[in-house]
Design a protein around this ligand. Sequence first.
Ligand SMILES: *Cc1c(COP(=O)(O)O)cnc(C)c1O
Length: 430
Amino acid sequence: MIRKIRLFTPGPTPLLPAAQFAMAAADIHHRTPEFRALFTKVLAQLKDFVGTKSDVIVLSSSGTGAMEASVSNLTSPGDRVLVLSAGKFGERWTALAKAFGCAVDVVEAPYGETFSIDKVKEALKLETRAVFMQATETSTGARHCVPAVAKLLKDSNSEALLVVDAITGLGTSHFDMDGWGVDVMIGGSQKAVMIPPGLSYLAVSDRAWDRMEATYNPRYYFDLRKERKNAVKGESAYTPPVALIAALGAALDYIAAQAATPENPAGSLVEGRKKLVENAETIAAMTRAAVTALGFRLFAPECPSAAATAVYAPEGVDSGIICKELKGRFGATITNGQGEMQGKIFRFAHLGFFDSLDTIALVGALEHVVATKLNMPGFEWGKGLIAAQKVLAGRKPNQAAEQTCICGRTDACCSLQHPDYGAGTVKPVH
Ligand SMILES: *Cc1c(COP(=O)(O)O)cnc(C)c1O
């Protein structure tokens, strides 16, 4: 038997072959018309991918670099900020804001849950200058309700900027950055856009650009205003990772082409992005159905994200065994829990160059591990696969948001519905 190594991890994710070819061919200097044409095209594509008219800035860093840039560019020492935290990445916002001297208020929810909007409302002060949150908390597989927070800020006439780490949210959730009033939306290259780590990008609203005129936290390499000036000329301030930018262009072409029509064979990024979200929503639903049918418990059942699914290992079993068996026997790389969740949960990702067929294979592999390594009551071969197949077979185009609120909660949540989809049947609670 041979083993084919596959990534089922929430970053890095499997690479798109066309993007790898583009990288290999990207032998160009960054102060040339060729690069300027490429960079200008990619920046315009990113606007459509994020879904905004605001300027998008690309940085040479992993996602955390863009998180840091949004703190250093938008705050001054002593500024009061609010962090909404329910996992490892939420905690990163708190650490970052403290590192830049902010006075940090935190609304916390237990791992695997999302915070209550009422608590956010209570914690929001007149002097709150910025609110930092994740769209999807990758460490727990939970989705947070960005539009509900945006609406709260709008309704309270707050001056706080809303900064969203959408590093695994982009490409797995529907967003309307401009319509909802999000000020900064952050993405990373090794997530839904199917290319290697090393690039981060952030869309920045006019309000946030204005704020930068008055803030004075130190910044040099990650100076967004400097990058914006250079971007107008099709350049970046310092030597950019040219190969990754070429890869990103190829990946965004691929995403656009998912919505190709005979009249428009290149497709469109606005429509292609919806297909990508639908893909993630579908395989996340397949995964949830499969693991539940096999007798596992979900870690974030109330507010599941489509970026990654976190699953409890059975009582008394270290989740590391499941990761090790999947890797050792099938070459399938999944992730353990982070921090204190390590050993308790395992996580399957649904983003990147990854589809329903990959999901079926992964569920099949998991059944082997359950059958031979885990003593789970009621196990029968095929139970997980049948559940996954039924979800896939029952999927209609645009199903994703018919069943759930845009925030992903299936029980009850905000009444805001994505404009691309009809009204859902969920009961508004906030
Ligand atoms: C991957 C990820 C990040 C960024 O991590 P880096 O290792 O710096 O790329 C930030 N937030 C979330 C939610 C993520 O999933």
